[in-house]
Design a protein around this ligand. Structure first.
Ligand code: DX5
Ligand code: ZN
Length: 226
């Protein structure tokens, strides 16, 4: 079985040592760097914005997976693309929330025009079927497995059913969009997530709160070989 892609979330990194933590991800077996942008309106928390994304990009050697938990994301897509998501040597993904987009088709077209991969994130209560008429425009679907806004929350078990439904929806339509899971991911649930059909796992606390984050990334990626 192909190992899943691992995207450590820098929301759980030490912001006073961000360069150190980015370099740790660079040297590890992680695939992407997950960048959680929160505006205090779409979610009840504020994380960081464009200047911090630029700082991450300055040291990153892996694609940025930029998760916009903000209202009216179309206003900032070009800025986050320039801040590193559209890096020519390691193009990344810009993810917008379904619940924040009035004109999803237009917004996804805008992301594609920057050279980034397109992603749509769904809150825990949002049915995967709502994406049925957008699959041509989507490279990646992020299923929130906690309510967005904070790291360190408990995984919502219903997510497993959503992964299976989404896997079925994609297969029936002949589409290859990646399925990404975000929130409460760790060694205790990674096997069932991958078995249900997850391709990409975001991990914040389970990486950066571990005594050895590099080893934690290895254990997540090769969970079935230990
Ligand atoms: C939550 C963020 C997540 C968060 C995950 O709103 O989207 O990416 O960093 O953190 P953990 O892995 O600690 O649940
Ligand atoms: Zn996220």
């Amino acid at each position: 079985m192909t190992p899943p892609l691992i995207a450590p979330s820098i929301l759980a990194a030490d912001f006073a040592n961000l360069q150190r933590d980015i370099e740790l991800i660079n040297r590890s077996e992680a695939d992407w760097i997950h960048v959680d942008v929160m505006d205090g309106v779409f979610v009840p928390n504020i994380s960081f914005g464009i200047p911090v994304c630029e700082a991450v990009n300055k040291h990153a050697l892996k694609p940025l997976d930029v998760h916009l938990m903000i209202v009216q994301p179309e206003r900032y897509i070009d800025a986050f693309a320039r801040a590193g998501a559209a890096h020519p040597d390691r193009p990344g993904t810009i993810l917008v929330h379904y619940e924040a987009c009035t004109h999803l088709h237009r917004t996804l077209t805008q992301i594609r025009e920057t050279g980034c991969r397109t992603g749509v994130a769904l809150n825990p209560h949002t049915p995967v079927e709502l994406l049925a008429d957008s699959l041509d425009e989507i490279d990646q679907v992020l299923l929130m497995s906690v309510n967005p806004g904070f790291g360190g929350q408990s995984f919502i078990p219903h997510t497993l059913q959503k992964i299976r439904k989404l896997r079925h929806l994609l297969a029936s339509a002949g589409k290859t969009a990646l399925i990404e899971i975000d929130g409460g991911v760790g060694t205790e649930n990674i096997a069932e997530l991958v078995e249900a059909g997850a391709d990409v796992l975001v991990a914040g606390s389970s990486v950066f709160r571990a005594s050895d984050p590099t080893e934690a990334i290895h254990t997540l990626k090769f969970f079935n070989q230990t």
